[in-house]
Design a protein around this ligand. Structure first.
Ligand code: 5GP
Length: 210
């Protein structure tokens, strides 16, 4: 992994989890609490659901526009999830990180694997529900999905849960607020990594010289 040395550059965080685990709620709470953290707004070919707004929840684009972004190399990562395409703009992330803001991507396991392969400096967090039964109960409680769509989500959750081994951190979302605290702790710990602190530490060490 690339070792970041610019102390003014923001960090990149990835959060992945099965749908129904609460990852979006967790990420939204985090950005409310941490003023320096921004949620990356993905591009998707999925039509907006009732209540979703373009440029707020997602950048809603056509499949043709999505394909054009891929061929122009504008996506840091992208994936097809449940028949729709989702991706992260390289430029959007770069602009935020270059301005010193930390960025969080809430993306699926395929996208997270692409970022890992690219060698870009990042920290990945996998959020697990306390059990499969609880995940199913949460999904059924919140969703207006058809039974077929529900079964598809549950099958994806079963298939992808084992991917946690490829992530830097694993967090169990049993209750929202303690889980948010755990995520904040991870972000703080990542900021304090030796290679990230080095430029600041070097200046401090200079003051120690006789
Ligand atoms: P939904 O359609 O329910 O908003 O999202 C479906 C799935 O797509 C979620 O698992 C979400 O994490 C994933 N997703 C959303 N944006 C992106 C993205 O930019 N890249 C990737 N790889 N997955 C995404």
């Amino acid at each position: 992994m690339t070792q970041r040395t610019d102390p003014d550059r923001g960090l990149l965080f990835i959060i992945s989890a099965a749908s129904g685990t609460g990852k979006t709620t967790l990420a939204e709470r985090l950005v409310q609490i941490l003023p320096n953290l921004r949620l990356s707004r993905s591009y998707t070919s999925r039509p907006a659901r009732a209540g979703e707004r373009d440029g707020v929840d997602y950048n809603f684009i056509s499949r043709e526009q999505f394909d054009a972004m891929i061929s122009r190399g504008e996506l840091l990562e992208w994936a097809e999830v449940f028949g729709n395409f989702y991706g992260t703009s390289h430029h959007d992330c770069e602009r935020l990180q270059a301005s010193g803001q930390d960025v969080v991507l809430v993306i699926d396991v395929q996208g997270a694997a692409q970022v890992k392969r690219s060698g870009i400096d990042h920290t990945s967090i996998f959020v697990l529900p306390p059990s499969f039964e609880i995940l199913e109960w949460r999904l059924r409680g919140r969703s207006s999905d058809s039974e077929a769509a529900m079964q598809r989500r549950l099958a994806a959750a079963r298939a992808e849960a084992g991917c946690y081994v490829d992530y830097d951190y694993v967090v169990i979302n049993d209750r929202l607020e303690p889980t948010v605290v755990r995520l904040q702790e991870i972000i703080a710990a990542e900021r304090s990594r030796t290679h990230r602190m080095k430029p600041i530490a070097v200046d401090i060490i200079d003051t120690f010289r006789e």
